[in-house]
Write a protein that binds this ligand. Structure first.
Ligand code: FA5
Length: 348
């Protein structure tokens, strides 16, 4: 077979193969096979050395034509394949913008946060300031400044996690009393504050006790503050939170930092006062401790107890939320079961 015949056969073979090629990789392989350095065309052209001087340019120009033709055909096929690939990608990735979107699942403010915010609103309306305390507190503020020296037996009721001998997870929000009193400038007016936050105790968890819970401390100090102011303030709170019909009772109690001291109970939401497992058969659930600020506590904060007096209270918002929503186990608030929490969804 002459070189020209070989070249023509090569061209036809390439053109026929091209029509069966469906991927860019296959196309590249074919290009290398036909036109590459070790390809068929180069192989055929090696035979040129056996040609005469007259034949060489003729065959050479024929070979060039074939190379150009094949290069062009390969380019054409390449463009065709690229467009086909693009078409198929576009078809597969078609987005139907009219389909409904995926719903974003929104959470809600925790029911305890909601409750504390509502209580804050009641007090803000009465001219109180809201103060932040510290969850990691000094023994000095948590106990000593609350009239509970190191060996005081009432410390036993509030055991906690000690970070060092002098640093602990606070057992109540009362240390904020001392911190606020020592900062207050009475020439600017009376001291009226509440302080919500987390507190920690070595309590055994049951339906109404949790080892970590919340308190809202309240403190008013001015000239001439009496137990009547305390009672009136608590009545406003209870009526705003629970409605006019809910009964409260004040029981004499003891706190080293108040004198006299009371504990305030609300009639049980579950049994209405007849006694059940939630109220431990008493008909009442305790929601706060309160009293008149002990003169020693005032004096330790640099306030003259002969001139000023005050009341203070420590409210358990977890218990308030239980009472308002009929939650019969405090542990529900802390287990983070979404089915429970979603019942208290608010429009934000
Ligand atoms: C105190 O913590 C005092 N600091 C309150 C106080 C402040 C008295 C200012 C006088 C003046 P008590 O330990 O009783 O007191 O707790 C106050 C409230 O916190 C209780 O009435 C109750 O509502 C809540 N509470 C106490 N322990 C727990 C607990 N383990 N789980 C949930 N709530 C609790």
């Amino acid at each position: 077979m002459s070189l020209q015949q070989q070249l023509t056969a090569l061209k036809e073979e390439a053109i026929s193969k091209l029509s069966h090629i469906h991927t860019l990789n296959e196309l590249n392989d074919l290009r290398v096979e036909m036109l590459g350095k070790k390809g068929t065309l180069t192989e055929v052209l090696r035979g040129m050395k056996n040609l005469t001087a007259e034949e060489r340019p003729v065959v050479g120009s024929f070979a060039n034509e074939i190379r150009d033709l094949l290069t062009e055909k390969i380019e054409e096929r390449k463009t065709y394949l690229e467009q086909a690939a693009l078409r198929s990608t576009l078809e597969n990735e078609t987005i139907d913008v009219t389909l409904p979107g995926k719903k974003v699942h929104l959470g809600t403010t925790h029911v305890l946060t909601q409750t504390m915010m509502e209580i804050e609103d009641v007090f803000l309306g009465m001219g109180y300031q809201v103060v932040d305390g510290r969850e990691v507190e000094q023994d000095y503020y948590n106990f000593e400044r609350m009239n509970l020296p190191k060996d005081h037996p009432a410390r036993d009721m509030q055991d906690t996690f000690y970070i060092t001998d002098e640093l602990l997870l606070r057992t109540h929000t009362s240390p904020v009393q001392a911190r606020t009193m020592e900062q207050h400038d009475f020439s600017q007016g009376p001291l009226r504050m509440i302080s919500p936050g987390k507190v920690f105790r070595r309590d055994t968890d049951d339906a109404t006790h949790s080892h970590q819970f919340h308190q809202i401390e309240g403190l008013v100090v001015d000239k001439g503050i009496t137990m009547g102011d305390l009672k009136g303030t608590l009545e406003v709170l209870v009526k705003r939170m629970f409605g006019e019909e809910r009964e409260i009772r004040l029981r004499p109690s003891y706190f080293p930092f108040t004198e006299p001291s009371v504990e305030v109970d609300i009639s049980c939401f579950k049994c209405g006062g007849t006694g059940c497992n939630v109220c431990k058969k008493t008909g009442w659930i305790e929601i706060l401790g309160a009293g008149m600020v002990h003169p020693t506590v005032l004096e330790m904060s640099g306030i003259d107890a002969n001139v000023y007096s005050g009341f203070a209270f420590g409210l358990g918002p977890d218990r308030v939320a239980m009472l308002r929503y009929g939650v019969n186990d405090i542990r529900n608030f802390y287990q983070n079961d979404v089915r429970f929490l979603e019942q208290f969804k608010v429009k934000e």
